[in-house]
Design a protein around this ligand. Structure first.
Ligand SMILES: [Fe+2]
Length: 385
């Protein structure tokens, strides 16, 4: 079989379907260590750099699996993966492919999953495996409303077109610090209304509709209600959106395992208090409400459909060590125990997301890649099962 090129969504499918292949990443070990392909199941992975293939080809070949094993190659952009694929082909490897667009295309990949398809509306979760983040799309008749879209505009525009609808609204849950938000660009390109909370966006250099607590965002006659729920804590203007009184898009307030960090703004004591109040108020909601988070930390948070969604009741049970804290002091102590540095580029990403600072496409791409750091506890290890 001749060497072939594959797209990032194909790679995701192989991982999700537990296909038998070896992923050969030919970037240097530093770049590999910083950011690599991760998916819902473990991946057999080899990291042998492209430079080594150039300099010590035979030693590299000796590290490869059997010649009939499927090998899928990833590099930074595409060219060196293709180069290594050609070397493997020359040595008699028979099933070799390389990723189109390199690791960047993996980093930008969005995987749509249908969460709800009855009652005349559809709700999609768009999972971004490379970031550990989720955006959402609500479709009613021929209109689509987005929540926390990434900068991968083409994906959303193509998706809307394939569904026979246009994007008429887009909403931000907060001023994001860990990736470049797409709402402003979507609104510019499509004329969609952009909803955001002025407590985060008051300094932003673009037009938006300021949301108010309990406001119903009119999404058309007969459409499911989209209700604004102001929920400060992760940021002062953090906002959740309740859809049809059944689905709560929580941004970075509630995750499947953990909650959002209140320390990213440098005011941990104040914001921790606010977050504690918000988390307490969430206790008033019906336990059957489905929580739809803005991030995930690991794929162990996914359900059987490989989506990130669970009832509030289950989440409270699985995160007892957080939800059973009954006073602000203990809550702050929990937050401080789990605090860690935030990546230095977060301040810049905030300025870009407020359009106070502009960066070219290449810089935006660099700022945007890599995993998120938004959860208060990085892993669920500390939490009661
Ligand atoms: Fe965040």
């Amino acid at each position: 079989m001749a060497i072939f090129k594959f797209e990032a969504d194909k790679l995701y499918r192989w991982v999700a379907d537990q296909a038998d292949f070896v992923l050969l990443d030919v970037r240097n070990s530093k770049d590999f260590g910083r950011f690599k392909v991760e998916g819902p199941h473990p991946i057999t992975m080899l990291n042998v750099s492209y430079f080594d293939f150039m300099e010590i080809e035979d030693q590299c070949i000796a590290r490869m699996p059997a010649k009939d094993q499927a090998i899928r190659i990833v590099c930074a952009k595409e060219g060196s993966a293709q180069f290594v694929a050609e070397i493997l082909e020359k040595h008699g490897f028979t099933d070799v492919g390389y990723l189109a667009g390199g690791i960047k295309s993996w980093g930008n990949l969005l995987v749509p999953t249908l969460l709800h398809g009855d009652d005349g509306y559809q709700l999609y979760q768009f999972i971004r495996p490379g970031k550990g983040s989720c955006s959402y799309g609500l479709i009613y008749q021929n209109s689509m409303m987005l929540f926390d879209p990434t900068r991968n505009l083409d994906f959303y525009l193509d998706f809307a077109r394939d569904q026979g609808c246009t994007i008429t609204a887009t909403a931000e849950t907060h001023l994001q610090a860990d990736y470049i938000a797409g709402s402003r660009m979507i609104a510019e390109q499509t004329g969609a209304s952009l909803y955001a909370n002025k407590d985060d966006f008051s300094g932003a250099q673009f037009e938006y509709v300021a949301v108010a607590d309990k406001q119903d965002i009119g999404f058309g006659d007969g459409a499911p209600q989209v209700t604004v729920v102001c929920s400060p804590g992760h940021t002062p203007g953090s906002t959740m959106y309740l859809i049809d009184e059944r689905y709560l898009i929580t941004g970075d307030i509630i995750f499947i395992k953990s909650i959002g960090r209140p320390d990213l703004g440098g005011m941990v004591d104040e914001w921790s208090d606010t977050l504690f109040e918000t988390i307490r108020n969430i206790g008033d909601y019906d336990g059957s409400i489905i929580i739809l988070p803005g991030h995930f930390i690991g794929w162990d948070e996914a359900n059987e459909q490989l989506s990130f969604a669970d009832s509030l009741e289950n989440i409270r049970r699985a995160n007892q060590s957080i939800y059973q804290i009954d006073n602000g002091e203990d809550f702050l102590a929990f937050i401080k125990q789990n605090m860690r540095e935030q990546p230095p580029e977060y301040a810049k990403i905030r300025r870009v997301n407020a359009n106070i600072e502009q960066v070219d496409d290449e810089e935006a791409e660099i700022l945007d890649l890599g995993k998120n750091e938004c959860a208060a506890s990085a892993y669920a290890a500390q939490q009661a099962a």
